[in-house]
Design a protein around this ligand. Structure first.
Ligand code: AKG
Ligand code: FE2
Length: 329
């Protein structure tokens, strides 16, 4: 039996991108404050209408409604693209998340991995159009974070250029399965607690399909202790939830916080047990990006090394967890 979750109310800043060009300094101040203190914030007035977000969610659902044999024609691979089901194991839990996801990119990694028009007419066109719009918002945020670190406005843009064939920026469509409301003796996970590896994540949620929770307090990007007091993030379709990833935490010498978060598997009164759809957009560095903060707190690494190191660390943390689980049986 899991004990009751301890919740604490922490304000999650909401930042408007209205009149972006004329308000860029004010918006930058708000973003930096949120990044230094919480690592999570929501943005509104970003330019994507609720209807357009709903349309992307409908497209995502149409994909997940396809038979598994059809989805299996675009299987996941280690370039972080394609469809997987019940296969992602987080080091924090040692058990697969109860979900399926389909990861999409802009460049060459997607060869043969777009769901065909024959099975789902217009899927690639709709998804790419949406991805470019989220990229546009990401670029506005990157300009602000560059200013916050006294770098030129295009500092992060040039290392996250999605027109490069080897771009690694990824949009992930997610579908968490409905879970039994009556305990059945099994333990489930939706997205086990983790921090993201990327620069900045932009997340779309659907009204009513709650479950996202955050646990701030991490002081250094090299630290992995997860606290036990969580804060719920409302699911609101028109807002974009943004969080700082480990890459920006490292690139800012630990100034901007990459915060642990999870999608809690429902198990307590008031939790939401139905299907949950979400869409996460991960701003990943180009392989040749050169990463080091102004204070040089961490050694200089390339984008390729940074991602490889993160995967290695994740893999060894998972091995440790599996060993601990085996030892406890
Ligand atoms: O689905 C969500 O709401 C969050 C997903 C997430 O944190 C992730 O995939 O990194
Ligand atoms: Fe995440």
């Amino acid at each position: 039996m899991s004990s009751q979750t301890q919740y604490v109310d922490r304000p999650i800043p909401q930042i408007s991108l209205r009149d972006f060009d004329s308000r860029i300094d004010e918006i930058t101040r708000e973003l930096i404050d949120a990044a230094e203190n919480v690592g999570f914030f929501t943005i509104v007035d970003h330019g994507i209408s609720k209807d357009d977000i709903e349309h992307m969610f409908a497209t995502s659902k149409a994909f997940f409604d396809l038979p598994d044999e059809t989805k299996a024609t675009v299987p996941w691979n280690t370039n972080n693209v394609g469809w997987e089901k019940n296969s992602q194991i987080r080091p924090s839990t040692g058990q697969p998340d109860s979900k399926e996801s389909y990861q999409l990119q802009f460049g060459e990694n997607m060869a043969n991995l777009w769901m065909s028009d024959e099975h789902l007419p217009g899927f690639q066109e709709t998804s790419l159009a949406f991805m470019y719009r989220v990229q546009d918002i990401s670029e506005r945020l990157m300009r602000c974070f560059a200013r916050g670190l006294d770098r030129p406005d295009d500092f992060f843009l040039k290392w996250h250029d999605v027109s490069q064939p080897n771009s690694q920026t990824t949009m992930r469509l997610l579908h968490y399965f409905a879970l039994p409301e009556k305990p059945d003796g099994k333990t489930y996970h939706r997205a086990g607690a983790h921090a993201d590896w990327d620069l900045l994540t932009l997340l779309f949620q659907k009204e009513g399909q709650s479950g996202l929770e955050i646990c701030p307090g991490r002081e250094s990007v090299t630290e992995f202790g997860i606290g036990d007091r969580w804060t719920k993030v409302e699911a609101c379709t028109g807002e974009i939830v943004c969080n700082i990833g480990d890459l920006l935490m490292s690139w800012s010498d630990d100034r901007f916080k990459s915060t642990f978060h999870r999608v809690k598997a429902p198990c307590e009164t008031g939790d939401y047990f139905g299907d949950r759809y979400s869409i996460a957009y991960f701003n990943q560095p180009c392989k040749n990006a050169v990463i080091q903060g102004p204070l040089k707190k961490f050694p200089m690494v390339t984008g390729e090394d940074f991602t490889a190191n993160a995967m290695k660390r994740n893999f060894s943390a998972l091995q440790e967890k599996l060993k601990a689980i085996a030892a406890a049986v």
